[in-house]
Design a binder for this molecule. Structure first.
Ligand code: CTP
Length: 394
C-alpha cells in the first residue's frame, strides 16, 4: 500500500487460536501495516515459523538468543508503532503482568514504549480464574488495551467466554490506539476513476484528460479506513494500490459491464470517472487513411449512473460534476437528475483539475446543506466525501 506503512509487531501466544492470527496478519497488511511476527516458542506447536515467514515476508525469531548480534528485542521494540498480542494465553498474560523476560516476545514487550493491544483467547475457566482476572487488571492498569474474549463454542467442546474475536473486532480496537480510523470496516466501496476511451479505429480513440487521481485518492482513503475497495480504472497511468481490487477498462460500455456486476453488493459507489458521453457509431478494424476521413458519426453512450441507479437499494452514491464555473444550479440539477446522494461540483475555472494534486469546489448533499471545499488536496477531499457517505449510511 502506498505511503501509510506503520510497523506492527504481532506477538503470537501458544493457543489454538494462533491459526486465526494468520488472517489477522493478512488484514493488517491489507490496511498498510508492515508486520513482524514474534511467536512464543510454544506457539510454534500450532503455527510454525515457515508459515509466519511466508505470510509476513520477514524473518521470524522466537528466542532472544537467536541473531544475538541484532539485539533483536531492542531493535524490534524501537521500530514498532504498535504491538498486538493475539492470541494471548493465560500463561503469556501472567508472564507479562509479572514483568518476565523469558522469550523474545516478553523481552520486546518490556523494551517497547508503544501502545500494546492484547487479545486473550483461552478456555472460559482459565479466563475466569482469579489469577488471570488479576493479571488482566494489572495489564489494564499499566495502559495495555486488553480485549474481552468473545462468548461461544470452544475447541474443547465447551461454551463460554474465551473465544478469539473476529479479525474486524481486533482492527476496530486497533483504531483506538492508532492514528487510523477504521470507520468503514466491513463496508464495500466501489469506485470508478480515470477517463473512458471510445475507439474510432484500431489506432485512435475519443478520450478525455482525466488522470484518475481523485478516484485513486478515494480508493486509498477508503482502504485506510477499513473498507473493502473495488476500483474500476479507465486508462490511468497510476499504479495499482495493494489491497484494492482493481479492474482495468477502456470504454464506457466496459465500465458499465463491471459496474452492473459489482453495484448490487456495494455500500457506496463513488463515480469519479469522466465517462465519454458519445462513441463512434461503428469502429473501423485497422487504420482509417487520412484520405478516407470525412466525418465520424457519433451515437450517445448510456448514462452509467442513471442506468445503474435504476437498481439502487441501500447504496449511497457519490457523483462528480466538472463544471467550467461554480455553477450551483447545474450541480443541484445533476444531483437530482442522476439520482445520486452526494455530488461534488469540481470547479475547473481555478485550474484545479486534470492531473492536478489539488481540487476546489462544493459538495452537494441530498436533503442537506452543501459544504464548500476551499482549495485542498484530492486526499483531503476523498476523506470529506467518505465522511458524508458515512453519515448517509448511518
Ligand atoms: N456519468 C455517467 N455516465 C455518463 C456521463 C457521466 O455515469 N455517460 C457520471 C460521471 O461519472 C459523473 C456524473 O455522471 O459522476 C456527472 O458527469 P458530467 O460529465 O459532469 O455530466 P454529464 O452527465 O456528462 O453532463 P454534461 O456533460 O452535459 O455536463
Amino acid at each position: 500500500m502506498q505511503g501509510f506503512n506503520r510497523e506492527v509487531i504481532l506477538g503470537v501466544g501458544g493457543g489454538i487460536a494462533a491459526y486465526k492470527s494468520c488472517d489477522l496478519l493478512r488484514r493488517l497488511q491489507d490496511h498498510g501495516f508492515a508486520v513482524t511476527v514474534v511467536p512464543t516458542p510454544s506457539s510454534l506447536n500450532f503455527v510454525g515459523k515457515a508459515t509466519w515467514e511466508a505470510l509476513s515476508g520477514r524473518a521470524v525469531t522466537a528466542d532472544v538468543f537467536e541473531n544475538v548480534e541484532e539485539v533483536r528485542h531492542v531493535s524490534l521494540a524501537k521500530k514498532a508503532d504498535f504491538i498486538i498480542i493475539a492470541p494471548a494465553t493465560a500463561d503469556l498474560i501472567a508472564r507479562i503482568a509479572a514483568g518476565r523476560a523469558d522469550d523474545l516476545l516478553t523481552n520486546v514487550v518490556l523494551a517497547a514504549d508503544v501502545p500494546i493491544l492484547v487479545v486473550p483467547a483461552m478456555h472460559p475457566q482459565m479466563w475466569n480464574d482469579p489469577a488471570t482476572l488479576a493479571n488482566v487488571e494489572t495489564l489494564r492498569t499499566r495502559g495495555f488495551i486488553v480485549l474481552d474474549p468473545e462468548i461461544g463454542a470452544l475447541t474443547s467442546g465447551d461454551v463460554g467466554q474465551g473465544r478469539f474475536p473476529e479479525t474486524a473486532t481486533i482492527l476496530q480496537a486497533l483504531s483506538e490506539i492508532s492514528d487510523r480510523t477504521f470507520d468503514l470496516l466491513g463496508k464495500k466501496i466501489l469506485i470508478t476513476a480515470g477517463g473512458t476511451r471510445e475507439p474510432i479505429d484500431s489506432v485512435r480513440f475519443i478520450g478525455n484528460q482525466s488522470s484518475g487521481k481523485q478516484g485513486f485518492a478515494v480508493a486509498r482513503s477508503a482502504l485506510r479506513r477499513g473498507a473493502t475497495v473495488t476500483l474500476i480504472a479507465a486508462n490511468t497511468n497510476l499504479s495499482d494500490i495493494d489491497g484494492v481490487t482493481t479492474v482495468h477498462v477502456q470504454s464506457a460500455q466496459e465500465m458499465l459491464d463491471v459496474l452492473t456486476k459489482e453495484f448490487e453488493q456495494c455500500d457506496v459507489l463513488v463515480m469519479a470517472a469522466a465517462v465519454a458521453d458519445a462513441r463512434p457509431e461503428s469502429v473501423v478494424v485497422g487504420k482509417i487513411r487520412k484520405s478516407d476521413y470525412g466525418s465520424i458519426n457519433l451515437v450517445e453512450n448510456p448514462d452509467l449512473l442513471k442506468t445503474i441507479l435504476a437498481n439502487k437499494s441501500h447504496q449511497v452514491v457519490i457523483a462528480f460534476a466538472a463544471e467550467g464555473s461554480h455553477d450551483v444550479a447545474a450541480a443541484e440539477a445533476k444531483l437530482s437528475s442522476k439520482g445520486a446522494d452526494i455530488l461534488y461540483l469540481n470547479d475547473i475555472s481555478h485550474g484545479d483539475i486534470f492531473n492536478s494534486e489539488t481540487t476546489y469546489g462544493e459538495i452537494f448533499i441530498k436533503d442537506c446543506a452543501s459544504v464548500k471545499v476551499a482549495k485542498t488536496t484530492k486526499d483531503t477531499l476523498a476523506n470529506q466525501l467518505l465522511d458524508q457517505a458515512l453519515l448517509k449510511l448511518g
